[in-house]
Design a protein around this ligand. Sequence first.
Ligand code: NIG
Ligand code: FE
Length: 388
Amino acid sequence: MKAAPVTLLIDNIGELVTNHDGDGLLGLRHDMAVLVDGERIAWVGPHAEAPAADRRIDADGAAVLPGFVDSHAHLVFAGDRAGEFAARMAGEPYTGGGIRTTVAATRAASDDDLRRRAGRLVAECLRQGTTTVEIKSGYGLSVAAEARSLRIARELTEETTFLGAHVVPAGDDPDEYVDLVRGPMLDACLAYAKWVDVFCERGAFDEDQSRAVLTAGAKHGLGLRVHANQLGVGPGVRLAVELGAASADHCTHLSGADVDALAGSATVATLLPGAEFSTRSPYPDARRLLDAGVTVALATDCNPGSSYTSSMPFCVALAVREMRMTPAEAVRAATLGGARALRRDDIGLVRPGARADLVVLDAPSHLHLAYRPGVPLIETVVHNGVPR
Ligand code: NIG
Ligand code: FE
């Protein structure tokens, strides 16, 4: 028997980020309360008018915001590459070549080991306020190993992405590998994937190869995402826009034409400042994108090579300090921006009918997420209506 929905009231909210209805970019409202019924938000209004509920969280004047939406993460893998990180900090460049190290470790791991590791990372995300996380495959790179990664990812999130086109496995012929990815590998992964992604970059997949994989995925009903323009200018962003991808991710090296293409499109630019931090690379020019009217999302890119952080607050702080985003722009990009990058309208905002995914901060304002970097400010996370 299904349990009767439980109502939960969060009241005494000093500052509520609605991303919807209120002041400024964040739709700020003050002295508010939110009523949750089951897994959905049922009511939003002044604290003084709050209805009774089965349970209550007293926010005690603190800020409340929608749960973070991390729209780009690679969480199914084994091993780590701390040594590679240390070498980079001593001056080595990042090339993506280490992906094959993680592929070898992932292939050698048991299902249970992969499941346990990915589950721990999702729990780590949740503790830091992330209530929706996208999870990519891409460290299996064989039919069976990619399908296994996505099967495990699907146990943890509905936002699963097939990234068979991450790199060409050592020793394989590139064109034969592309045929495998868009044929039998895609077929084996379809049941577990919502999205298809390609690493479109020199040293990974070129424009034609990327187009072949993306169009095959689209033909089978998958939505499109692209790792684009991370290590240099290239065709990734233009291809993402041309094919109507939900998101072009990284966007670190953009031409004027790339910015114009994004600005005139429904493709979100997902910026991943953890990758620039961790590879000691120049950050993307968020200001240029925002000023051109592009929708920007922030995500962690959590993976053992280029960005081993699961912390959206860290990415918000980096975006403000290093990418000239205002705190409001960064918080919006980390919540509503991520929702847009996943083409979801039920998350990333606080309004009746939205999913009850909320974060109560141990701080009076969203500003503190960038103002107090590295400080654990996540007091309570409500996920699917349940306080954690
Ligand atoms: O998004 N760039 C491609 N893929 C990942 C890195 C993967 C790795 O280095 O293991 C990224 O940065
Ligand atoms: Fe990535």
